[in-house]
Design a protein around this ligand. Structure first.
Ligand code: ADP
Ligand code: MG
Length: 322
């Protein structure tokens, strides 16, 4: 390859590490942990063709590769400490790397999550990206675990729903071409904002939390299973992204309940916290919407406008198809 492994790393991934941190360049990184904290660790793997389109702009890919990990830290209530980047590349192209690194480093800077190391290998079968992110939680705080929901809790979601799924539908040609709509929803799919400030603030307010990567119904299902309880979602309360108003209602509902790649937080909190959570929404300028309630009986149900409750079964949402 024209660009050697080491010059590639030096040019695109070596950045000054903050404070006493030893980052890229030695055999391993060294980080001093803030006093009285516990370490929180997560990893995501992104494969070309499966998790991203081959022609996606590399800058947005760099952003997203880190964003999906920071979203996991956010869902624990953790503060970012640093990250590692594993990269498999068919052929190192300078323009691609330059742009990818730009997107990655920009989010590192924005979230104070420095790139501390990684590994770079040739991988003929396509681009493969594996990011590991590290964060901290106050020592003794268990974090926003999936298993911590309680019957009677309110169910909340941050941001808007349905945009990323709509962008995917448009890009795959499953929805009729609509460039104006694509322009409005594309950012949600390609440049998700990890809800880090929200997650940290929720340490004092929420019980359970999860970030929505596979779809609200499915991810909430993980919380319900881990917490051994059920939930009712008020369909009318779901915060549809404003750009979706011209799509059929059933399509929007399906996007909100089943659409993945959302990277908003779904969390549960005692009803006594409603005012504090509303104030937090104003403070962070992030919509926080109460969408239902946790129940002691198992199962996930949707409450319709007429008050009728229907089960949201695992096999899906054909009730809403068409
Ligand atoms: P070793 O062979 O000892 O594992 P490498 O030559 O793979 O070391 O890496 C040299 C340095 O560059 C290490 O500090 C490593 O963490 C860093 N590095 C390698 N690839 C990446 C990458 N994609 N992003 C960030 N740092 C990287
Ligand atoms: Mg190595």
């Amino acid at each position: 390859m024209a660009l050697g492994e080491f010059s590639l790393i030096e040019r695109y991934f070596l950045r000054p590490a903050p404070g006493n941190t030893l980052g890229v360049g030695d055999d391993a990184a060294r980080v001093e942990l803030p006093a009285a904290t516990a370490l929180v660790i997560c990893k995501d793997l992104l494969i070309e063709g499966r998790h991203f389109f081959s022609d996606v702009a590399p800058q947005t890919l760099g952003h997203k590769a880190l964003a999906v990990n920071l979203s996991d830290l956010a869902a624990m209530g953790a503060e970012p400490l640093g990250c590692l980047l594993g990269l498999g590349l068919p052929e190192p192209e300078e323009r691609w790397l330059e742009s990818f690194a730009q997107g990655f480093h920009a989010l590192c800077d924005e979230t104070q999550c420095p790139l501390l190391g990684g590994d770079t290998v040739r991988h003929e079968q396509g681009v493969l990206i594996s990011v590991t992110a590290f964060g901290t939680l106050p020592l003794g705080h268990p974090g926003l675990r999936r298993s911590a929901a309680r019957a009677g809790d309110d169910l909340w979601v941050s941001g808007w729903l349905g945009a990323a799924d709509t962008a995917l539908g448009l890009l795959r040609g499953e929805l009729p071409a609509d460039d104006a709509l694509l322009a409005q929803v594309r950012g949600a799919l390609e440049r998700p904002t990890p809800r880090l400030s929200l997650g940290r603030a929720l340490l004092d307010l929420a019980h359970a939390a999860i970030d929505i990567s596979d779809g609200l119904a499915q991810d909430l299902g993980h919380v319900l299973k881990a917490s051994d309880c059920g939930a009712v979602i008020d369909l009318a309360s779901l915060p549809a992204h404003p750009a979706l108003s011209k799509l059929p209602a059933a399509r929007v509902l399906r996007a909100m309940l089943n659409g993945g790649d959302v990277y908003e937080l779904c969390f549960t909190a005692d009803p006594s916290k409603r005012l504090a959570i509303a104030a937090l929404a104003g403070q962070l300028m992030v919509p926080l919407t109460r969408i239902g309630q946790i129940k002691s009986d198992p199962g996930l149900f949707a409450r319709q406008d007429n008050g009728q409750q229907i089960p949201l079964a695992a096999q899906g949402f054909d009730h809403f198809a068409g």
